[in-house]
Ligand binder design. Structure first.
Ligand SMILES: *[C@@H]1O[C@H](CO)[C@@H](O)[C@H](O)[C@H]1NC(C)=O
Ligand SMILES: *[C@@H]1O[C@H](CO)[C@@H](O)[C@H](O)[C@H]1NC(C)=O
Ligand SMILES: *[C@@H]1O[C@H](CO)[C@@H](O)[C@H](O)[C@H]1NC(C)=O
Length: 189
């Protein structure tokens, strides 16, 4: 009897627990990435992202989408993307552009890596985080309040440098981002 009950609970959970929304970085390029001797980074980073809601009974309302760019443990840029709604099994294309200058602190070995990467024309260890606030509508059941899913983390991006005079022979390869349980408020720790 207990076994059957557990089986029913399991099937119910399986039906109701939604699959994570999937983020992919599909293209990225740097047209400026200049670290000066006084530790100022001049940057122009463009990133194309797809966001897919794989569920067929949930609508996601993205109310805040903040993208944060990192280079070797330094967050150097942040921007907010326009809120949008996402229906069943739909994929949304997003574009983030980070442009500006900031102070960053690289360790001496990271500065050496930076120089090497500059020579090669492709930068390693860039990353992108998404800080989201969403509402989710479980069809015919209920709509949640606003909550913040765990940070979406797109790690280890290798991004080619492209200038007017020089195109990198290397191309960006599509990178899947990691999500912890998407439809739950992130823990504060
Ligand atoms: C991103 O998408 C736009 C529009 O489709 C395209 O023009 C651009 O080359 C893509 N790649 C980057 C890195 O912006
Ligand atoms: C990097 O920035 C410095 C200071 O603005 C400038 O002198 C130098 O030409 C820049 N280098 C590149 C490759 O843009
Ligand atoms: C999913 O996207 C397509 C094309 O953009 C759109 O026509 C359709 O209405 C969307 N579905 C939902 C449920 O939002």
């Amino acid at each position: 009897m207990a076994t059957i009950l557990w089986l029913l609970i399991f099937i119910f959970m399986w039906l109701i627990i939604p699959a994570n929304v999937k983020f992919h970085v599909i293209d990225a390029s740097l047209t400026q990435f200049n670290l000066t001797t006084d530790n100022t980074l001049y940057y122009n980073l463009k990133v194309n992202i797809t966001v897919r809601n794989p569920n067929n009974n949930i609508i996601v309302y993205y109310r805040k989408i903040k993208a944060i760019a990192w280079y070797k443990d330094n967050d150097f840029g942040a921007m907010e993307l326009a809120p949008f709604d996402q229906g069943h099994k739909n994929t949304t294309f997003l574009q983030a552009v980070f442009e500006g200058q900031t102070h960053i602190r690289l360790k001496p070995n990271q500065v050496a890596e930076y120089k090497q990467e500059t020579n090669v024309g492709i930068y390693n260890d860039l990353a992108l985080d998404f800080d989201l606030t969403i509402r989710a509508k479980y069809e015919r059941l209920f709509k949640t309040n606003r909550f913040d899913p765990p940070f979406i983390q797109c790690r280890r991006l290798r991004i080619p440098f492209i200038s007017n005079t020089k195109t990198s022979p290397q191309h960006f390869s599509v990178t899947k981002c990691t999500t912890r349980y998407f439809f739950l408020q992130r823990s504060s720790t």
